[in-house]
Design a binder for this molecule. Structure first.
Ligand SMILES: Nc1ncnc2c1ncn2[C@@H]1O[C@H](COP(=O)(O)OP(=O)(O)O)[C@@H](O)[C@H]1O
Ligand SMILES: [Mg+2]
Length: 343
């Protein structure tokens, strides 16, 4: 549905050139919810604006729904852009227009007749759950409701793709969840392809199928969300994951473990597991079989995309050979075992 080929974006900054995007290759399938995560300044907004050519790339090709946007002249490009809706962090609603008026705006601009607009907007208002608010002004509704207006407005021209640039970043966690649930529903019911830009791993965890990690204008890591959560390969990914899974030990635990490792034996490990191995007691089986002492320091069991997911930091002690055998056993059972060499 979306393909970026060798896309680069270079801006003239006050201190010379800024390479906001560097040689980006990305393929997003139809019907997918694809997340792009990165820290502030990584190039996320530039990337999403490149997909609808609000920012024309300095090099490379952008293909959306079978059309090479980078090759289109202004007329056909405007046409092609109707297939791409967009929502923003600060909603960008017109304060002088009601909920209905805001959602109707793109249709009015496209010259659609009043009656047809009414027929198109009413089901959208219902879809986003704002039937009771249709005649209210932006100042009279909550942040979550404003974003619902933004979503309905983006859907008004019946796009195939929805781009979301930090659409939940101004919302509290509960409202964020409800907006993400709505996006998921739209993805399911309308078959819309969604590209979700965020700096919060929690957002990726809640709705995305696949994720790409952007750092300094480059994609440093990409894959299925569970795979990336289980085996983050890049430091930036690990740092971003710190918000949702326990990679770092709490300070007090760190101090205790450091002391223990100085004097005593044992290995500090991180165990990560998904699906089957969460449900079976593989850890207790390893402890029994190989006569280990295991002290669980920190961790959690969670759910990603309906699959159980767990991450534990443990201090494991035992006969060296037994310990090695236990780690091999755990790996055989699908547990990802990582030695944490320092605390
Ligand atoms: N129009 C522009 N002109 C000059 N520099 C820009 C422009 N847009 C973005 N940049 C620069 O590109 C980099 C990436 O910005 P942006 O895409 O907004 O990052 P993010 O959305 O990940 O925070 C930043 O260094 C930013 O200053
Ligand atoms: Mg941004």
């Amino acid at each position: 549905m979306i393909e970026l080929r060798n896309v680069s974006q270079r801006f003239a900054g006050p201190h010379g050139w800024v390479d906001a995007l560097h040689d980006i290759d990305l393929t997003i399938a139809a019907g997918e919810i694809f997340g792009i995560i990165g820290r502030s300044g990584a190039g996320k907004s530039t990337l999403v604006r490149t997909i609808n050519l609000l920012a024309r790339p300095t090099a490379g090709e952008v293909v959306v729904a079978g059309r090479t946007l980078t090759g289109l002249s202004p007329g056909p490009l405007r046409e092609a852009r109707r297939e791409i809706g967009m929502i923003f962090q600060h909603f960008n609603l017109l304060s002088s227009r009601t909920v209905f008026g805001n959602i109707a705006l793109p249709l009015e601009l496209a010259g659609i007749k009043r009656q047809a607009i009414e027929a198109a907007v009413m089901p959208l208002i219902e879809l986003v759950g704002l039937s009771a608010q249709r005649d209210r002004y932006p100042a009279q509704i909550s942040g979550g409701q404003k974003q619902r207006v933004g979503i309905a407005r983006a859907l008004a021209s019946r796009p195939k793709v929805l781009l979301s640039d930090e659409a939940t970043s101004a919302l509290d966690p509960e409202t964020t969840r409800s907006i993400l649930d709505l996006l998921k529903q739209i993805n399911r019911e309308l078959g819309l392809t969604i590209v979700l830009i965020t700096h919060q791993m929690e957002v990726i965890k809640q709705v995305c199928d696949r994720v790409a990690v952007l750092d300094a204008g480059r994609i440093v890591e990409a894959g299925g969300v569970i795979d990336v959560f289980l085996r983050p390969r890049h430091d930036v990914t690990r740092a971003l994951l710190g918000d949702v899974i326990a990679h770092e030990l709490p300070g007090a635990v760190k101090a205790r473990v450091a002391k223990h490792l100085e004097t005593g034996a044992g290995q500090l490990l991180r165990l990560a597991f998904a699906g089957g191995s969460v449900d079976r007691p593989v850890l207790s089986e390893a402890i029994r079989r190989y006569a280990l002492d295991v002290n669980i320091l920190h961790g959690q069991i969670d759910e990603i995309q309906g699959r159980a997911f767990g991450s534990l930091a443990v201090l494991a002690d035992g006969e060296p050979q037994q310990l090695d055998a236990a780690l091999a056993f755990l790996r055989e059972q699908g547990v990802i075992v990582e030695a944490l060499s320092h605390v």
